[in-house]
Design a protein around this ligand. Structure first.
Ligand SMILES: Nc1ncnc2c1ncn2[C@@H]1O[C@H](COP(=O)(O)OP(=O)(O)OP(=O)(O)O)[C@@H](O)[C@H]1O
Ligand SMILES: [Mg+2]
Length: 241
């Protein structure tokens, strides 16, 4: 089954055509990297996938249903581009708060919180208020928050931002572990090197349109920085693949 199916979706904000005629499919157990220039429509697409905004035209289905359906939402984890967490909560309280929002069992949340904080390297900072966190630490807290409901689909808006090189390596390993466990991952990024190393599929946006969609393995064997070359090529051409 397709975990994400976007069919000819467009979204305008007044005169601004943020996303135009976008068709995108993501199969279960795949990792898709979503690239594009600033303002190309990545976050708008992600918000449509989450049901936070509706398309002006076209269709968006997630896990076979409308992304606004509570049963679909319960299976989706999301880390926003910019998170506004309550500054006086610590990481443990943050996860407990989100566990409440997701209506998860309290004991399960407590158990998962410790596992996730250890996974993202925040175990030692678990009781420090978030207002004392560095940028990368907040990003790590966001990743833990997105994984709290053990989602079938994980959606991350620029997950590499602020992560140090070691954290990036751990993050990649964590994502591959999740994929191997059958999870589906969709992330936007400006980090071409990281994206090339992590994802199975890539889509590149320009001015609201997908100018490339395809498997990353097709790029293999063409020397180094394949994705960077492809990115520059498709942006220069600007047409459909
Ligand atoms: N709520 C909104 N109201 C008006 N315009 C919007 C709104 N949200 C997005 N836009 C516009 O839609 C376009 C796409 O924005 P979007 O945030 O999807 O880009 P992006 O690809 O995520 O960019 P970035 O790489 O900078 O995060 C931009 O021109 C942006 O100004
Ligand atoms: Mg964005």
């Amino acid at each position: 089954m397709e975990v994400v199916s976007i069919q000819c979706a467009s979204r305008s904000f007044g005169e601004i055509h943020a996303v135009r005629d976008l068709t995108l499919k993501l199969a279960a157990g795949e990792i898709m990297g979503f690239l594009g220039t600033n303002g190309a429509g990545k976050t708008t697409t992600i918000k449509m996938m989450l049901g936070l905004i509706v398309p002006t035209s076209g269709k968006v289905a997630v896990l076979g249903g409308d992304p606004r359906t509570p049963s679909v939402r319960a299976q989706v984890g999301y880390m926003p581009e910019i998170a506004y967490y309550y500054p006086y909560l610590n990481a443990r309280e943050l996860l407990s708060f989100y566990g409440g929002i997701c209506a998860l069992d309290k004991d399960l949340v407590r158990e998962r919180t410790e596992v996730l904080l250890a996974k993202v390297g925040l175990a030692d900072a678990a009781i420090r208020p978030l207002k004392t966190y560095s940028k990368g630490m907040l990003q790590r807290a966001g990743i833990a928050q997105a994984l709290l409901n053990d989602p079938a689909l994980l959606v991350l808006d620029e997950p590499f931002t602020g992560l140090d090189p070691l954290a990036r390596i751990h993050f990649r390993e964590l994502m591959k572990e999740l994929r191997d466990a059958g999870k589906t991952i969709f992330f936007s990024s400006h980090e071409l090197g990281e994206t090339e190393l992590l994802c199975d599929q890539v889509a590149i946006m320009k001015n609201g349109r997908a100018v490339y969609r395809g498997p990353v393995r097709d790029l293999a064997g063409e020397g180094e920085k394949n994705l960077e070359r492809l990115f520059l090529d498709v942006l220069a051409k600007g047409g459909e693949e």
